[in-house]
Ligand binder design. Structure first.
Ligand SMILES: C[S@@+](CC[C@H](N)C(=O)[O-])C[C@H]1O[C@@H](n2cnc3c(N)ncnc32)[C@H](O)[C@@H]1O
Length: 208
């Protein structure tokens, strides 16, 4: 029952996000497939590759750095910004083959070992926050202030400086915040379990 309610709520949220993003175009998997929970970093990596040209990306709250690693392997310049430094995983699953791929212990991704702050973004083109704790509003503000693109898959509201009005979902509130501050935003959804709805905004630089 709760699951059905969540599904309904998520569909409504996605419809609302579509409404408020002026030029929204359906960009991703809006149909239901078998959920690929194990592959969230791989799914976001694939989605980024389909929607952005390779560029300098900050993976804010990037945790173990698998997203940054996958991007780096495919020609992007990727840096994790996360105050908690964690080692890369030693393996991940390839989505196409469902086979394990080893990551050599010598592999590294650049890592800024600090809490995210707007002053860190000048050398990046794209700011990514997947479940980036307490960083969503900061990412939107930084992208607006410095003309960057951003991609957000927000999760919880804890430690965020903006709080939704009664009855407004956090994701909707954030989208309103971005929209109200002049961003043209586009919703998207990835095919993994959990908070899998996001939105993005592209700056106007050619190539992005
Ligand atoms: C829920 S985890 C998400 C990790 C990864 N992006 C994922 O999707 O699995 C939240 C991450 O945000 C990081 N974090 C917490 N506060 C932060 C801050 N102020 N700036 C950047 N990262 C932060 C945590 O260390 C943690 O790695």
């Amino acid at each position: 029952m709760a699951k059905r309610k969540d599904k309904k709520r998520s569909a409504q949220l996605f419809a609302d996000l579509n409404k408020i993003s002026a030029n929204a175009q359906p960009t991703s998997t809006t149909h239901e497939l078998t959920r690929m929970g194990k592959f969230r970093f791989q799914l976001l990596h694939q989605w980024l590759a389909e929607n952005f040209a390779p560029c300098r990306v900050a993976d804010i709250g990037g945790g173990k750095g698998l997203l940054a690693y996958l991007l780096q392997e495919n020609g992007w310049t990727a840096t994790v910004i996360d105050p908690t430094h964690q080692a890369l995983p030693d393996k991940y699953k390839d989505m196409a083959t469902n086979k394990r791929v080893r990551i050599a212990t010598s592999e590294r991704v650049p890592h800024v070992n600090l809490a995210f702050d707007q002053s860190m973004t000048k050398d990046f083109d794209l700011l990514v926050g997947m479940h980036a704790h307490g960083c969503n509003v900061k990412i939107i503000d930084a992208a607006i202030a410095q003309g960057k693109s951003f991609v957000l898959l927000p999760c919880c509201i804890i430690d965020e400086p903006v709080y939704p009005p009664h009855g407004v979902h956090w994701l909707q509130c954030l989208a309103d915040y971005a929209f109200g501050n002049g961003c043209t935003i586009h919703p998207f959804r990835l095919n993994f379990g959990g908070q899998n709805i996001g939105f993005y905004s592209k700056n106007q630089k050619p190539g992005y």
